[in-house]
Design a protein around this ligand. Structure first.
Ligand code: ATP
Ligand code: MG
Length: 565
């Protein structure tokens, strides 16, 4: 698979994609009266993922761009796998991404119309009831190089077919005993044209139609016709459906219904993750993650919980463009647009994740002063906040080194650094416990050094973040990493479980300290913890027990690792 880097996708940014070209041509030629109506057709059998987000952005985006509309249509033709829970989550996710649909439709609303069209095909001698077993049907289909065999039931009379099909509907036959098939060509080079199955018997409760039906249409007999019923002008789907297009067009021609047209684009694949609903379900069921909305999941609800913004996902979807060939996009590209967006909107805060205590020995013991800090240098309207400063502060353990190498500009014995927004401090004494572990640093501060100056103009390079000990709030911090260690988790040698690539260290939970202004932070609020990354408040967070998720680090740490190799 071709791997797309940031550069190639950025380069294609200004040109129109091939679907836009088609739509513009159609509008110009007056096809469909210049009307543009797209649809997003999820099957409610799982939660939406970033691949679906790509499809949503494309379908809704095209309609917006060309003054058209988009329908949301649930492709609910398989009663055994579908559920209202999924319907609700899908609607929530689309709204969260920032789109609104013109109509909410269900393929199941069309069951009666589809049934009538099946009768129409029977009457035209283009469909028949087949009594072969599933196994026989499979064996008689032939192979890519060999033609299939006609079913012995293929030449049933129209009357017999009408009778059997109505009795299938009436529930007279058990599951799997009969199917309705189109009568096309068992020697057709496209296997899907070899008398495809239109209906199968499933005695199962449907989440909308209840027990009204016990025969259900196959994808191919439902999808295109639903497009026609809604008078969809541009039916956009992923590449694997290109072989279905011939059948899609065949039904339109034989049934003489509205000529929707199907266009295919390459599905979105991302490195270090899987996207098939079946695999995601397995991750949930086998407890590799903590549910569909685990922040490590590529689901939209997972990304939301992780701290992704809808804007960053939309920008990503737009910039990766629309390809005609399968490719795999670097996860770091998604993270790039996330950082870009959060940089603009996330307020800055200070947090110390691995603390070491600093005592400022020349600072009065009972004194506290207010330090003013800018909330967001990218957004003046975000204002300022105050942080109490006192004699004791926490700093990050790795901002101190007892024997610093040459380019280390942070704190070390005898060295001076600036505490962000506050004073210069100098380290005079290192206190260790009996194991030799540094437990405390004794420093002195320069009272004249507030607000970025030093008293005598001396230059200090290092600036480090801090949290006041007395006012620090303890917080749980969940550090996420990639869910898989291998770039393409789907690409494993035969016989190997695709889950072997799961990163065992994709979640690390630690306890840190955050500044007091975060006391009332609400779930889903995003912040930049200075010098550490972007973090948001998890749903599990409570006023007395804050929980933060690390959304993304400030820089791409994996990029560095991979260039080192
Ligand atoms: P999956 O294979 O992940 O289970 P699906 O294709 O079965 O997904 P549907 O609910 O049928 O899921 O998909 C709804 C729409 O989203 C379809 O038009 C489908 O083509 C599109 N879609 C699904 N996955 C992707 C993807 N990775 N990239 C782009 N579009 C996608
Ligand atoms: Mg599907």
């Amino acid at each position: 698979m071709e791997k797309k880097s940031m550069k190639t996708s950025e380069a294609g940014e200004k040109t129109r994609n091939f679907i836009e070209e088609i739509i513009e041509r159609d509008i110009e030629s007056g096809k469909h009266g210049g009307r543009v109506l797209t649809r997003f057709p999820p099957e409610p059998n799982g939660y939406l993922h970033i691949g679906h987000a790509k499809s949503i952005c494309l379908n809704f985006g095209l309609a917006q761009k060309y003054g058209g509309k988009t329908n949301l249509r649930f492709d609910d033709t398989n009663p055994t796998k579908e559920d209202v829970e999924y319907v609700d989550s899908i609607k929530e996710d689309i709204k969260w991404l920032g789109f609104s649909w013109a109509n909410e439709f269900y393929a199941s609303d069309y069951f009666e119309q589809l049934y009538q069209w099946a009768l129409d095909l029977i009457n035209k001698e283009l469909a028949f009831v087949d009594d072969q077993t599933q196994e026989e049907i499979r064996l008689n289909r032939g192979t890519v190089t060999q033609p299939g065999k006609n079913s012995p039931f293929r030449d049933r009379s129209v009357e017999e077919n009408l009778d059997l099909f109505s009795r299938m509907r009436a529930g007279e036959f058990p599951d799997g005993s009969r199917v309705l098939r189109a009568k096309i060509d068992m020697a057709h080079p496209n296997m899907l044209m070899r008398d495809p199955i239109l209906y199968r018997i499933i005695h199962a409760h449907h989440h909308r139609t209840g027990d009204e039906w016990c025969i259900y249409p196959m994808y191919d007999f439902a999808h295109g016709q639903s497009d026609s019923i809604e008078r969809i002008t541009h039916s956009i789907c992923t590449l694997e459906f290109d072989v279905h297009r011939m059948l899609y067009d065949w039904f339109i021609e034989k049934l003489e219904i509205f000529p929707s047209h199907q266009y295919e684009f390459a599905r979105l694949n991302l490195t270090y993750t899987v996207m098939s609903k079946r695999k995601l379900l397995q991750l949930v069921q086998e407890n590799f993650v903590d549910g569909w909305d685990d922040p490590r999941m590529p689901t939209i609800c997972g990304l939301r919980r992780r701290g992704y913004t809808p804007e960053s996902i939309r920008t990503f979807a737009e910039r990766v463009g629309v390809a005609k060939r399968d490719n795999i996009i670097d996860l770091s590209l998604l993270e790039f647009y996330l950082r870009e967006d959060l940089n603009k909107r996330a307020e800055r805060r200070m947090a110390v994740l691995e603390p070491i205590k600093v005592i400022i020995t020349n600072y009065p013991e009972d004194k506290t002063e207010d330090i003013h800090a800018v909330n967001n240098p990218e957004d003046e309207a975000a204002g300022k906040r105050t942080i109490p400063f006192g004699r004791e502060v926490y700093i990050e353990r790795n901002d101190f080194m007892e024997e610093p190498p040459k380019k280390f500009f942070r704190l070390a014995p005898g060295r001076e650094v600036r505490l962000r927004y506050a004073y210069l401090i100098r380290c005079n004494e290192v206190i260790k416990d009996e194991n030799g572990e540094v437990v405390e640093l004794h420093c002195t501060y320069d009272p004249e050094s507030a607000g970025g100056k030093s008293s005598d103009g001396r230059r200090v390079k290092g600036v480090i973040h801090w949290v006041p000990v007395k006012h620090a709030i303890k917080a749980e911090v969940r550090l996420f990493d990639r869910l898989f260690q291998n770039e393409d988790p789907n690409d494993v040698p035969e016989g190997t479980d695709w889950k072997t690539g799961i990163n065992p260290d994709s979640l690390k939970v630690i306890e840190g300290f955050v500044e007091p202004s975060l006391a009332n932070a609400e779930p889903l609020q995003s912040f930049q913890f200075e010098r550490l990354g972007y973090f948001n408040v998890d749903y599990d967070s409570k006023p007395n027990k804050l929980v933060f998720n690390r959304t993304v680090t400030l820089r791409d740490s994996w990029a560095k690792i991979s260039t080192k190799k």
